[in-house]
Design a protein around this ligand. Structure first.
Ligand code: MN
Length: 204
């Protein structure tokens, strides 16, 4: 099942060239067995933030051009991308020029998350897979930069569907905070994009 979900991910990549992870099993000492999320800042052909949440053994992914906001009045476009392997939550570095997603990537934020949906009339809490299918996801993030509720909502007709990432109004909300500009560095290495690129070039 997981292998099927990752077929698209693998097809797009040449693992002789990229250092991105394959489908090896991983566990994260920072997650303590809980579900993980990661937001990667990715300078590819254009700068964006890859927002990923663990669902049924893979990372469901959206590319968010402007990155997540902490202001509940702000709606950020989120474009679905292919499922990524769980190991991707630990990846930062440089994807070679000319390869899929070529450019520098840092782990801008990461942590654990939980399902915020309440039980339906049958007493069942909708799974994240069901929520994604239905185009309405609500989760609570416990990251280093992002905290509190976030909603991912699909809007518009099927052929013109788009997703929006919206901060929910709770104690993690702050209209004056702007972490994408004031906290640009990796939560893993402490490096910014430029420093990451230089570090990798020096190593090669
Ligand atoms: Mn990306």
């Amino acid at each position: 099942m997981i292998l099927e979900k990752l077929a698209d991910y693998k097809k797009k990549r040449d693992f002789n060239k990229t250092t991105e992870p394959g489908d090896e099993e991983v566990s994260f000492d920072w997650a303590e067995g809980q579900l993980v999320f990661v937001v990667q800042k990715h300078q590819a052909s254009s700068l964006h933030y890859d927002f990923r949440i663990e669902v049924d053994g893979v990372l469901k992914s959206w590319a968010v051009p402007k990155g997540p906001s902490t202001d509940p009045s702000v709606k950020r476009l989120a474009v679905p991308t292919e499922d990524h392997p769980l190991g991707y939550a630990d990846f930062e570095g440089v994807i070679p020029e000319g390869e899929y997603g070529g450019g520098t990537m840092i782990i801008w934020d990461r942590g654990t998350y939980r399902n915020l949906k309440e039980a339906d009339d049958n007493g069942e809490v909708p799974s994240l897979a069901v929520q994604i299918e239905g185009g309405h996801v609500t989760i609570w993030l416990a990251g280093q930069k992002l905290q509190g509720g976030y909603a991912l909502i699909r809007t518009g007709k099927v052929e013109k569907a788009r997703w929006l990432l919206i901060k929910m109004d709770d104690e993690g909300a702050d209209a004056r905070r702007n972490p994408t500009s004031t906290e640009p560095n990796s939560v893993k290495s402490g490096l910014n994009l430029e420093e990451m690129r230089e570090a990798v070039e020096k190593k090669d």
